[in-house]
Write a protein that binds this ligand. Structure first.
Ligand SMILES: [Zn+2]
Ligand SMILES: [Zn+2]
Length: 94
């Protein structure tokens, strides 16, 4: 019983990925990348997905709305849902 439920849950999840998520190719082509270099006065910013502070040299992905996250974190997110985790705007125009 428990095992069967898990299989159904996985199928539902895969359907949602197709309906709402972006493919890795689209993300790699459309998501703008920048490297994090904090200026001396800037307070440390953190990734809202994993809650970790950005470290010097981290690769960030920036959405059309202006919010940024670790590139790997937002990539995983966009493969499930094309919307910004913070403001819920459409993440990338496709
Ligand atoms: Zn992160
Ligand atoms: Zn946003």
């Amino acid at each position: 019983m428990g095992e069967q439920f898990e299989i159904i849950a996985n199928e539902v999840e895969q359907i949602q990925v197709v309906e709402n998520g972006l493919t890795e190719d689209t993300i790699m082509a459309r998501l703008s990348r920048e490297t994090y270099h904090p200026s001396g006065t800037e307070e440390h910013r953190a990734c809202s997905i994993c809650q970790d502070e950005y470290a010097e040299g981290d690769l960030l992905g920036k959405l059309d709305c202006g919010h940024d996250y670790h590139f790997e974190c937002i990539k995983q997110w966009l493969m499930r849902k094309n919307s910004c985790p913070m403001c819920r705007h459409r993440a990338l125009a496709i």
